[in-house]
Design a protein around this ligand. Sequence first.
Ligand code: ZN
Length: 217
Amino acid sequence: MTVHHHPPDEFLAAFAAGVLDLGQHIAVATHLVGCARCRAAVRAIEHVGGAVLAGLPPSAMSDGSLEALQRRLDEPVRVADAPARPRARGFTDVPGLPSLLDGYPGSSWKWIAPKVHLRPIRLAEPSATRVFLLKSGPGTKMIDHTHTGFEMTCVLSGSFVHAGGHFGPGDFDFGDGSVDHDVTIDSAEDCICLVAMQGDLKLNGLIGRLLQPLIRM
Ligand SMILES: [Zn+2]
């Protein structure tokens, strides 16, 4: 897989620092599954961060912390009664997703427009970013739209094209209110993407404005 479009460096740095919200984290993690270049970049950033931490002067422990630690060591270890739950894999039919989605509850494809289906991913904790899978059939022209927030798109299979370039498997696309998205699916097979999005879609043009009340993503 040749990856042509990568997340901006600040996203990779924020991913390495663990400061992205869960929805954004999942989008970058999905890109990393298919991109050795960005995996290496994240490792390098983590290495630098670790070196900075190692270079900090040691700070004194508070009074009594050693005694408290020794008391904890004397406490009996509690063993959970319940057997470990088998890992449910809700998205096994969609290759290219990061292992952190293992065990997430599955969902089914919902029709949202002709040849376009959406599969929500219910996050394990509250996040301002919604995450879903989007499947669009060959030749689909997504209605011309902009965003009130931002949209991160990771291509898992198939491909699409818009004014910003051609996006195939492994590619990462970032859009916000400044980008006018006139997207066409140009692969012979379905194009499946993982999308992380804040805000709403704003459909452009007369048809878009007529359809706006009917489409909720
Ligand atoms: Zn990359």
